[in-house]
Design a protein around this ligand. Structure first.
Ligand SMILES: [Zn+2]
Ligand SMILES: [Zn+2]
Length: 355
């Protein structure tokens, strides 16, 4: 099969790799689209805190099940045991796959928090992922996707799961004033999810092209470079400050502004996972008795809920198309990665594994 292979730091090529074999309890998935994510770039640069190169990137999986190996979890009375997962998924079904592999033994796992496992590994970071024609995943990781959703939106399943968990961790409530800092691929999905949760959402984004995407999603945008933060807080919150501030830009200016934008007893969620130190005025958190909450990937329930929300928002007719700005052939994975690094993409880039 064809795959985009990062063989050393900042060096990737398209090469022929053996098609993976579904081991016992695993499914073989033919990739339709793989999403390109910010953490892929960290990995591409060899800067990931736990994963090492070489690897085939890609943890945002969307495709069709081609094979299910050795699973006897068919529904009672099913004529073809061994051919369906416990969730009833069969070859030919469209699926996404939760890309997490946790150890099951560490303290976090023993407490039921596998998403913060001390030895957490991800498909596409610690083992070969979806920038390829095929990938394998455990049958217990598969989540079906309703067939009426267009492929390009179905490919957003994983970012929706991330967004679901962020909103849950933020304790977002109906009627909350929420600010998402950074209107990039993940910030926009978080904003769409926060709106679905009943919040009044504004997205702060300096790039005018990306602000246009925010507006196309039906969300108000704010220009943090030319706009006045005090005016924004006055206009959107009556001067009180936002109940929830979600920082998805990872920028120094964005991170530093969170405590000013957030109200007394409000909640701040820093989404960037980079291991580099950042400036942050901790004293202001105490001064306003704010809460800073971490959020890392998702527990399986939130992964499923993220997919369900994607299906629901599509069924409700919300404008979701602007969330995908570029569909590029897998053979141009290098170009996609370069676009991400340069910030040239208006929103999510998908790789088309058939090309
Ligand atoms: Zn991702
Ligand atoms: Zn663990």
């Amino acid at each position: 099969m064809k795959a985009a292979y990062v063989y050393e730091s900042e060096k990737m090529d398209i090469r022929e790799l053996p098609t993976p074999k579904a081991g016992s309890g695993e499914a073989l998935i033919e990739i339709i689209y793989a999403g390109v994510c910010g953490s892929d770039i960290t990995m591409y640069r060899g800067q990931h805190p736990t994963a090492r190169l070489p690897v085939v990137l890609g943890h945002e999986v969307f495709g069709i099940v081609r094979e299910i190996n050795g699973h006897n979890g068919a529904a009672p009375g099913d004529a073809t045991p061994g051919d369906a997962t416990p969730g009833g998924i069969r070859p030919g079904d469209r699926v996404t796959a939760e890309p997490l592999l946790f150890c099951g033994e560490c303290e976090a796992c023993r407490q039921g928090f596998g998403n913060v496992c001390g030895k957490l590994r991800l498909l596409g970071l610690h083992l070969n992922g979806a920038y390829a024609q095929y990938v394998t995943a455990g049958v217990d990781k598969l989540v079906p996707i309703k067939t009426d959703i267009p492929d390009k939106l179905a490919a957003l399943a994983e970012p929706f799961a991330v967004a679901y968990h962020v909103c849950a961790r933020a304790g977002l409530r109906v009627g909350d004033d929420a600010l998402v800092i950074g209107g990039g691929p993940i910030g926009n999905v978080v904003a769409v999810m926060a709106r679905a949760a009943g919040a009044h959402v504004t997205v702060s984004e300096p790039n005018p092209v990306r602000r246009a995407t925010v507006e196309a999603l039906g969300l108000p945008s704010f220009d943090p470079v030319n706009g006045d933060i005090k005016e924004l807080v006055a206009k959107k919150t009556g001067g009180i400050g936002f109940d929830v501030v979600i920082e998805s830009s990872g920028s120094k200016a964005g991170i530093l502004s969170t405590t000013d934008l957030c109200k007394i007893h409000g909640t701040i969620v820093p989404m960037a996972l980079a291991g580099t130190p950042v400036d942050f005025v901790l004293g202001q958190v105490s001064f306003k008795e704010q809460t800073v909450v971490g959020s890392r990937v998702y527990p399986f329930l939130h992964f499923k809920r993220g997919v369900e929300m994607l299906e629901k928002l599509y069924a409700d007719g919300l404008p979701l198309d602007p969330l995908v700005s570029d569909i590029m052939p897998l053979s141009e994975a290098q170009k996609a990665v370069d676009m991400m690094i340069a910030g040239q993409n208006a929103c999510k880039i998908l790789l088309d594994a058939k090309k």
